[in-house]
Write a protein that binds this ligand. Sequence first.
Ligand code: UD1
Ligand code: CA
Length: 461
Amino acid sequence: METPLTVVVLAAGLGTRMKSRKAKVLHRAGGRYLIEHVLRTARTLAPPERIFVVVGHQSAEVRAAVDTPGIGFIEQSEQKGTGHALMAAADTLSNSGGRLVILYGDCPLVRPETLEGLISAQQSSDASGAILTAVMDDPTGYGRVLRDGDGNVTGVVEQRAGTPEQLAIREANMGLYCYRAAPFWRHIQDLRPDNPAREYYLTDMVEILHRAGHGIAAFRVDDPREVLGINDREELAVVDRLLRARKVRELMLAGVTIEKPETATVDPDVTIGMDTIVEPFVQILGHTTIGENCRIGACSIVQDSELADEVEVGPFTIIGTSRLERGAHAGPYARLRMENHVAAGAHIGNFVELKKTRIGAGSKAMHLAYLGDAEIGPRVNIGAGTITCNYDGTLKHKTRIGSGAFIGSNSTLVAPIEVGDGAYVGAGSVLTKPVPPDSLAVGRAHQIIKEGWARKRRERK
Ligand code: UD1
Ligand code: CA
């Protein structure tokens, strides 16, 4: 681009139609704040130093949600309309020169290619600005694009201000603009709140510049779904679905099988290797990476975790901030709560919960166990019903289980405790003292047998 480009993102409004205590741009779709999507797209056009966000409603929270250093902020302390937001920016930006691209923070789907199209529509004509438009089946709520007999754009009329004839126009203003900075800033103070909403409408700039003799180009996108603005929760859900579908499609084209893809929720930073199968209703969230040839069972949730190749996750399994090495199994119905490491080939079975636990290669905890703050070596067998008592009411304590140990079913390991390599714990034991390597530990009441007792009891009755 031959002249410098400044991007302004409008994000000061509350978004009344969201019916929320949270600013609209802080709602999430496709796994990110709405504002994050727009800023990522802005970053493809300009360096952070040339990107400015107009903030107002909950400005501290919105600033905090913007994690790119260098981006500038402009305060619009009272929100008197989209035009007023630019009036608030005039002090900072009116000498910036070059071109000005204006984006709305509630329009997260727009692709960089489309913005480049908008910018070149302005550059290749001698127009002072270009607006992005789309012909919609139902443009209700959007501004309508007015044209004269020759097809030149003459203005934009808002839903609330339009006559019935104007509202019958199906070409809508999508809220993305590219202006030459000089005429734009020269005329910004001409905006007047002379409309039913008593707002300063940015859209009035089209008519103002047209009247001042400047041409305005329209760049029309074929698919209005790409530039949907979000005003209420229903539109939020529509956009979320479209963003999710984009991600899932990318993965499928890269060799991942996704069964019933419309039910999958995969966050944007997730990576998944070839030939992995994702069953229906799975959520893969945050910075999760999954290797090749894995299977993620139906209805499982995997968050901020790393799964190596060939990992099998059974249905209804929940995994958070954990690492599973090659060929490990978890689930069905397992919960790997946080900071676990499951070594190669280890099995975590149904109704087993792990917290801050490392379990060695080939070890198994197949059913009904709680293993918290535990270091478990390789080739260990953890019987059903084993509990690490890691919490004494005040402090957390560690359990160590050496390689090849066998923990019988229904054992209670009161931490801190250590079970040595190769040791054997009898079922039903409550252990409070260390178990030496290769020993047997049994910590339970002795069994008593009274011959004939039951028969005699029956005969008495
Ligand atoms: C706007 C356009 C409409 C267009 C539609 C596309 C105007 C007047 N109308 O309507 O023509 O069809 O977008 O989606 O521009 N904002 C501020 N400060 C304010 C008011 C709003 O920063 O004082 C921000 C909001 O946070 C939001 C964006 O501007 O991100 C758009 O505002 P919104 O109220 O959603 O405009 P629409 O009514 O959708
Ligand atoms: Ca909007």
